[in-house]
Structure formats: structure tokens, C-alpha cells
Write a protein that binds this ligand. Structure first.
Ligand code: SF4
Ligand code: SF4
Length: 366
């Protein structure tokens, strides 16, 4: 017998505010309508997006009320619920406090897992050991823009199962948008997630994933099919999903979705859910036009958007230096200095800057 085809149903519910009762009801409906498997007696790992431990109002992290509803739902269906994440610059012992997820774990008896302890290797990637010990992985992303990937949702959120700074090393190993995006799809395939529930009540637009602005969308989405979910979510945000290399790579290779027209949206139409005036990351179409080779890489680095530092805003915390595995950054004369030929345009520095002192923009050649 051949492998069963993954469902392409994406369930969507309108939820305007972070009211726990409304969210729990939406999660219950979504999980059933999108064909989530019975979690009774299973060990379930919830993977929220905690890029940095920041207040929920910043819309950087999965909201604690969405996390709470998901944990309560799986517990009520007889699962043992665990949770964890591993932001790039947090080392062992990290516990999510400010974003509100840690306190919810304590309240509900959800065990918090340290992803940095004794990692395992699977399909060429280093992963948190817990992956070998759970029956189900549930991705709990936030709908956000992403300077490198253009969009981050259910699929990209799983990158956090790779512990700490190992993620930055992968940025250096897959140094352009297409290679990085294909690698993210490989990571998802290695993890084999069971389901995803996306917090799109308030998402992030503009310079995501950390320094954009909160944007009210008023939705929760769920699916067994993470690529289908991200395709629908990106369309709701106004993207053409085939402009997002991660999603176009998956569809071209028949990973989870063979044709975007096969996706079934349950609960309404994309047209009805579409959010107006969502500020997206501008798409660089040259990625699809120029062949991938050394010449391409030189061209890309020359013309692609690059990090520009605002020295007045910079507090010299050195987080950008710690995360830059291309060794493009140093402090010179009391300021952050970029050695441009080294920069691979991974934008990790922008992602971790706590004071929004790095803008990603095209350099004007004079
Ligand atoms: S991360 Fe931001 S604030 Fe910290 S040193 Fe770099 S530019 Fe300055
Ligand atoms: S300077 Fe920033 S964008 Fe350039 S390689 Fe380093 S982390 Fe990546």
C-alpha cells in the first residue's frame, strides 16, 4: 500500500481578541475540522515561536493565550504536554518568562524542555533530543514577515528545534535565500510535525521577525499540512505564495502540496479573510531569474538589501556580533563596523538587535 496523502485542509476561524474562551473554542474546532489525529495517551511537544523573550504586545512571540488554549486542549484530550523553544542567542537554562509562556507552563503543569541539552542528529541536522522522545510535534507559529524568508509561519517556526547558535551556522552554510529556504523545508521533513496552529490574531508586518509592527488580523489557522497552512496564511497577508522561496520550493518538489489549487480552506474563503494594507517585505525577483553560481552570488551580494547600522540607536550590546557567523562585524572606534565583502546578507543581526538599530535596505551607489 502506498503512503497516505497528507490532507490539504486548512481550517480558519475568526478570533478578534486574546480571550482565552474564544481561542480554546477555535482551537477545538480547527483541530477536528482539519483532521488532527487523536492525541490521547500521546506525548505532545508544543513548539511556540519565541524568537526573543519579549512582551506579548510586541507580537514577536506566539501569544501566551494561544499557547494556553493549545496546551489545555491537548491535556483535555488525554495527552501529556511538553513545550520548548531555543532562541538563537539564549544558551542552556533558557525559560520563556517575559513573553508569558513560561508562567502558563507552570500554571498548567506543562514541562518546559531545554533544547540545548544533549542534542541528537537526524537527517544531517542537529536537533533537540526531545524530538526522539515525543509522539507528536505541534508547531505554534505567529504570522510574521521575515527579512530573509519574506514570511515566517508554521514551517519556519520548526527551525527553533535546532538548538541555539547551531541555527546561525546553518545560515552560513546555506548563505542565500533560496538555499536557506530549501533547507528549512528539509528541516520540516526531518521533524515530521503532526499539526500546526497559527496565532494570527495579531501578526507582525514590516521589518519582521523582531523589529516590525504588530498588525491586527483576527484569525487562528490550523492544519496537518504546514506548507498548505503557510500558503493560505501568506495569501491572507497579501503575498503570492509562489514568491516565497520556501513555499515555491515545497510545491515544485511536491512536498506536502503538489498544486496550490488542491488546498481546501475550511471556515471561509481566503478573499474573506484577507487583511488590508499588510506591509510585506519587498520581493527580489532576480532570485528567480539569475542562475545559482559564483557569478550570481557576487551579483546578489552587491545588489541585495544589506544591514545598515544606526549608530545613534545602537547600545553596543554585541548581539549582532555574536550571531554573525560570517565574521562580518566588529567594534571599531566605539561603533559597529561591517566588513561588507564578508556579509552573506542573512540578516540574523537585524533579527536579534534589541533596539531596532539595524535596517535592511538597498545601498544607494553614488
Ligand atoms: S545588536 Fe543592535 S544594539 Fe546590539 S550592538 Fe548590534 S546594532 Fe548595536
Ligand atoms: S552582518 Fe548581518 S547580514 Fe551580514 S552576515 Fe553578518 S549577520 Fe548576516
Amino acid at each position: 500500500m502506498g503512503k497516505a496523502e497528507l490532507s490539504t485542509v486548512v481550517s480558519v476561524r475568526k478570533v478578534q481578541k486574546y480571550y482565552s474562551g474564544d481561542i480554546l473554542k477555535a482551537v477545538e474546532e480547527i483541530y477536528v475540522a482539519a483532521g488532527g489525529p487523536d492525541p490521547k495517551g500521546k506525548k505532545v511537544l508544543l513548539k511556540p515561536n519565541i524568537l526573543a523573550d519579549l512582551a506579548p504586545e510586541r507580537a514577536v512571540t506566539t501569544h501566551p493565550e494561544v499557547f494556553r488554549a493549545c496546551a489545555q486542549y491537548f491535556q483535555s484530550r488525554g495527552a501529556t504536554v511538553l513545550a520548548g523553544d531555543s532562541p538563537a542567542l539564549h544558551t542552556s537554562g533558557f525559560k520563556a518568562k517575559i513573553c508569558g509562556i513560561g508562567p502558563v507552563c507552570e500554571e498548567l503543569g506543562v514541562k518546559w524542555i531545554d533544547f540545548t541539552e544533549d542534542p541528537i542528529h537526524r537527517k544531517g541536522f542537529k536537533f533537540a533530543r526531545i524530538l526522539d522522545e515525543v509522539d507528536m510535534v505541534i508547531s505554534l507559529p505567529k504570522l510574521k514577515t521575515h527579512e530573509l524568508a519574506y514570511f515566517t509561519g508554521a514551517t519556519k517556526n520548526l527551525f527553533g528545534l535546532i538548538p541555539g547558535l547551531s541555527k546561525a551556522l546553518l545560515h552560513a552554510k546555506y548563505p542565500n535565500r533560496n538555499a536557506f529556504s530549501a533547507m528549512i523545508v528539509d528541516v520540516m521533513e526531518a521533524i515530521k510535525p503532526t499539526f500546526a496552529i497559527m496565532d494570527a490574531i495579531i501578526g507582525m508586518e514590516g521589518a519582521g521577525p523582531q523589529n516590525g509592527q504588530p498588525k491586527h488580523i483576527g484569525l487562528i489557522l490550523g492544519s496537518c499540512n504546514l506548507i498548505a497552512l503557510d500558503i493560505v496564511a501568506s495569501q491572507i497577508a497579501g503575498y503570492n505564495p509562489m514568491d516565497i522561496p520556501m513555499l515555491s520550493h515545497a510545491v515544485k518538489n511536491g512536498i506536502q502540496v503538489k498544486d496550490i489549487n488542491d488546498i481546501i480552506v475550511e471556515g471561509g474563503s481566503i478573499k474573506k479573510f484577507k487583511v488590508k494594507n499588510f506591509k510585506r517585505i519587498p520581493i527580489d525577483r532576480r532570485y528567480n531569474l539569475i542562475y545559482m553560481g559564483v557569478r550570481y552570488e557576487r551579483m546578489r551580494r552587491r545588489f541585495d538589501r544589506r544591514p545598515i547600522f544606526d549608530h545613534d540607536k545602537c547600545i553596543l550590546c554585541e548581539k549582532c556580533i555574536q550571531i554573525c557567523k560570517a565574521e562580518a562585524l566588529e567594534i571599531k572606534d566605539g561603533k559597529i563596523h561591517i566588513h561588507d565583502p564578508n556579509c552573506i546578507r542573512c540578516y540574523c543581526c537585524h533579527e536579534v538587535c534589541p533596539v531596532n538599530a539595524i535596517e535592511i535596505k538597498r545601498k544607494v551607489f553614488g
